[in-house]
Design a binder for this molecule. Structure first.
Ligand code: RP5
Length: 162
């Protein structure tokens, strides 16, 4: 794959069940991306290095998934001016409400675009990243995104009920 334009990071390997949907969506749109586990509390130095070097390495957006006290997206956003797209992973104890509120309630000044809990959020974060790249001049990605939307619309228009 060519130079990654999107970084897909997550706080734990246990987040992959959710975040694989972001990866699959980016792949289906031909968006070059990288994926890795970066934990804000278990590997803070790695998170710092990752976020600090992201822009100079050519990334244009970061999708960050985390669950529970989900500080990875906010901490990453604090360390880079790139757009950070937060995906709340569904936790066991609170079904992802904790993740959602942790990610969405950023104090004014450091934004994190926050998506739905779980699979839908992961997919939409990837689509949103593709939209950012489209308006940023990535023509092939725009074509792929437009085709995805048209196909989705056609499927609904053609839908038959039993
Ligand atoms: C967070 O803690 C991760 O994002 C994950 O959602 C949650 C639980 O992690 P594990 O204990 O499964 O590694 O940092």
């Amino acid at each position: 794959m060519s130079q990654p334009l999107v970084g897909v990071i997550m706080g734990s390997t246990s987040d992959w069940d959710t975040m694989q949907h972001a990866a699959a969506t980016l792949e289906s749109l031909g968006v070059p991306f990288e994926k890795l586990v970066v934990s804000a509390h278990r590997t803070p130095d790695k998170m710092y290095e990752y976020a600090k070097s992201a822009e100079s390495r050519g990334l244009r957006a970061i999708i960050a998934g985390a669950g529970g006290a989900a500080h990875l997206p906010g901490m990453t956003a604090a360390l880079t001016a790139l757009p950070v797209l937060g995906v709340p992973v569904e936790s066991h104890a609170l079904k992802g409400q904790d993740s959602l509120l942790s990610i969405v309630q950023m104090p004014g000044g450091i934004p994190v675009a926050t998506f739905a809990i779980g699979k839908a959020g992961a997919i939409n974060a990837a689509l949103f990243a593709a939209a950012i790249l489209s308006v940023g001049g990535e023509k092939k990605i725009k074509v792929a995104l437009d085709a995805f939307r048209a196909n989705q619309t056609a499927k609904v228009l053609d839908a038959k009920l039993p």
